[in-house]
Every structure is written in structure tokens, then in C-alpha cells.
Design a protein around this ligand. Structure first.
Ligand SMILES: NC(=O)c1ccc[n+]([C@@H]2O[C@H](COP(=O)([O-])OP(=O)(O)OC[C@H]3O[C@@H](n4cnc5c(N)ncnc54)[C@H](OP(=O)(O)O)[C@@H]3O)[C@@H](O)[C@H]2O)c1
Length: 350
């Protein structure tokens, strides 16, 4: 029997929304998911987006889309502070919600969203698409199988560069109340999520945050030293102030070996007694650390497909609300430690 297609409406028409629309177009032939509607506050933008992605319906108010469009699920890809209220509106109307990263700007908001999805019996997913990248999955599986031995050190290094114009160009960026933070919550979150997905949850951390190269409220540089629950140590470095911007780096070290991933490229895979892999075929042209819009939407396509199948099969999506909350908790702990100069323990009290 052919299963029903899960129909999506999207709130947002920016970079994140275009990634999702592109990902959905890549899986359209599967019959699992289809994007049919969009909401933008501006009529012109809504029409333009609808025409670009061949959508039947466009709206200028998300509640109108939720009420009138024939949709099962809402994708929320707008400024961070609006993730919570719009996701709650959609869930209250019985729609499943797939929300972009960060799922919210506080743990209280994240918890309310998780609660609402349970109360309404709808799925809640978070767009942390790197968890679907084959390279990171390969490392995760090898760690879980113990091939690197006992984990001893994990490092997430995101040394990117954003200009002052980037922050000035949209009023929601660079402010605690609207972006919820800076380099960590917006740029480094994917790599932080991969670090804790692979290494496990932190037990405690100590961090420093600062604003060194932009006129913004939020941090443009941060470092954290972590002790994981499994006893391993960890380091997080995140910045939007490090010119010219370098490839993201994830390093995983166990007692029997190391994996290093730069950008999405496996640079080093060394396990005692096995043949070493040094630098997989280069994907240098991608330069995701400098031009995110050049990154293909393949991982978005995989994540949306998983979410649609979760809706169809009534199971949890791979990156559900609880999983999406984990990187937010780490980032909030770094902000707390950075402000107080004290060690912060997990679970974090909000
Ligand atoms: N998963 C990923 O890899 C990825 C990549 C990029 C971005 N993102 C996420 O996508 C989300 C949106 O970011 P973006 O980079 O797409 O931002 P953006 O390009 O500035 O777009 C923001 C969108 O939000 C809408 N919007 C609604 N209310 C707004 C308000 N009060 N102020 C400003 N814009 C408002 C804007 O459309 P109208 O003004 O027409 O309503 C626009 O469509 C964020 O959560 C971001 O972290 C995720």
C-alpha cells in the first residue's frame, strides 16, 4: 500500500528556509514528503518563494497558513526568538513541527515545546542535519563499536569569520533577546551537537566568552573545557571573529586511535593496527565555513525524509526535541560559566 505523503508548510524564506525547500525538492520523487505552502511577513517574499519552489499556497501570517493550508507539518526557519511561539502555535493546532537550530533560546522554552508535542501527540524534530552526514555517522558508529578504544578527548573547533555588516544587516542578529547568543548558538551549534552526540553528555564544564571584534551584545569568541560523563576531556572553541574563517574541525581521540574531520571531510582516520587514512578526496570547493549557501542540501534532505517517515510511521524522529535540546543545554552552560567564571554542572538548572 502506498503511504500518504506528509505535506509541509514553511515559515521563513531566508537561508535556512531555502535549504529546507531544496532538501524537500530532492526527495519529492520518493512520495514521502512535499512542501506545499510558505509564510513570509512580506507578500512579495512569500510569492517569490512560492514561485521559486512551485508551491501552491502562500501566506503572510503563520496562523492563517496553519488554519487554511492542507498541511500536516510546519517547518519553522526564522529568527531564533520566534522558534518557540510559532512552534507552539503550530502544535496547538495539531501540526507536527520541524524547527531549525537552535530549537529555542532558553531551556525553559525548549522544555515547553517538548511538553506541548507530548500533550498534542505530534512529532517535534530539530534541524541538526549534520547528524545525517555519512562521514560523521561513520565516526559515530566506530566510536560506539569501541574501535577507537576508550574515549579520552573530543574537540569541536569552529573558527569562522563574519563581518560587522553581517550583524548589521538584520536586526535580530547579535542580540541576546532575539538571536539568543552569538557564535556558539548560531554558528558552532552543529559541531557542538556532533561532539556530544559522539562523545556523550558532559558532566561539567568551565568556559570563557567574550566579544572581541564586533559591535554586538553577544559573544563572538568562546572557549570551554569539558569533563564528559564517560570520563573523557573535551574542548569547544567557537568564534565569528577569526579572520579569514577556517574549516570547522572535529577531533575524536580514543586510547586506540584518532579521527579528524575538517569541514565535512575526513582528514585522518588512524586506528592502531589498521591502515591509516589521511585526507579523503578533497571537497575543498565547498568552503562551508565561509559560504554556507554553497553547501548541498543532501543532509537536509535526509533529515526531512526521516522526520516525514517518523510522522507517517508514528515513531520518534532521529533528532527529536530531546536530542535537539542537548546542544542548547551545553551552550547555555557555557554562557552561564562564562558570565559567572564558575564551573557549571549538568544537568543544567535553568
Ligand atoms: N540548519 C542550517 O544549517 C541553517 C542554515 C542557515 C540558517 N539556519 C537557521 O534558519 C533560521 C533563519 O535564519 P536565516 O539565516 O534563514 O535568516 P534570514 O536569511 O535573515 O531569514 C530570516 C527569515 O525570517 C523571517 N522573519 C520573520 N519574522 C522576522 C523578524 N521579526 N525579523 C527578521 N526576519 C523575520 C524573514 O522573512 P520575512 O521578513 O519576509 O518575514 C526571513 O524569511 C535560523 O534559525 C537559523 O539559525 C539554519
Amino acid at each position: 500500500m502506498m503511504a500518504e505523503t506528509v505535506k509541509f508548510g514553511i515559515v521563513g524564506t531566508g537561508v535556512g528556509a531555502n535549504f529546507c525547500a531544496n532538501g524537500l525538492s530532492m526527495i519529492r520523487d520518493s512520495g514521502v514528503a512535499e512542501l506545499v505552502a510558505v509564510t513570509s511577513r512580506r507578500e512579495e517574499r512569500a510569492k517569490e518563494f512560492a514561485s521559486k519552489w512551485k508551491l501552491k499556497y502562500w501566506f503572510t501570517d503563520h496562523n492563517e497558513m496553519i488554519e487554511k493550508a492542507p498541511i500536516d507539518a510546519v517547518i519553522v526557519s526564522i529568527p531564533h526568538y520566534m522558534h518557540h511561539p510559532i512552534s507552539i502555535d503550530a502544535m496547538k493546532a495539531g501540526k507536527h513541527v520541524l524547527v531549525d537550530k537552535p530549537m529555542a533560546i532558553s531551556l525553559k522554552e525548549a522544555d515547553e515545546m517538548i511538553e506541548e508535542s507530548k500533550r498534542r501527540n505530534v512529532k517535534l524534530g530539530v534541524i541538526l542535519q549534520s547528524r545525517f552526514d555519512p562521514t560523521f555517522r561513520k565516526v559515530k558508529s566506530a566510536v560506539d563499536e569501541g574501535r577507537f578504544g576508550r574515549m579520552i578527548l573530543g574537540e569541536a573547533i569552529v573558527e569562522w569569520f563574519r563581518t560587522q555588516e553581517y550583524y548589521d544587516s538584520s536586526s535580530w542578529r547579535g542580540r541576546w533577546a532575539t538571536e539568543g547568543g552569538g557564535a556558539l548558538i548560531n554558528q558552532a551549534i552543529h559541531t557542538i551537537d556532533l561532539l556530544i552526540w559522539i562523545m556523550g553528555s558532559p558532566k561539567y564544564l568551565w568556559a570563557q566568552i567574550d566579544t572581541v571584534a564586533h559591535k554586538i551584545e553577544v559573544e563572538d569568541i568562546a572557549v570551554a573545557a569539558i569533563r564528559f560523563e564517560n570520563g573523557a576531556l573535551g574542548v569547544i572553541q567557537g568564534s565569528t571573529a577569526t579572520y579569514p574563517g577556517l574549516p570547522t574541525r572535529l577531533e575524536i581521540h580514543g586510547t586506540k586511535g584518532t579521527a579528524i574531520i575538517e569541514g565535512e571531510v575526513l582528514k585522518r582516520w588512524s586506528i592502531m593496527g589498521e591502515e591509516e587514512i589521511i585526507a579523503e578526496k578533497s571537497k575543498e570547493g565547498l568552503k562551508s565555513w565561509a559560504r554556507p549557501e554553497l553547501v548541498p542540501a543532501t543532509n537536509h534532505a535526509s533529515l526531512i525524509r526521516d522526520f516525514a517517515e517518523a510522522v507517517r510511521d508514528d515513531r520518534e524522529p532521529f533528532v527529536n526535541g530531546q536530542e535537539g535540546r542537548r546542544s542548547l543545554e551545553v551552550i547555555m552552560a557555557i554562557y552561564k560559566s562564562g558570565r559567572s567564571r564558575e564551573v557549571v554542572e549538568f544537568p543544567l538548572a535553568d
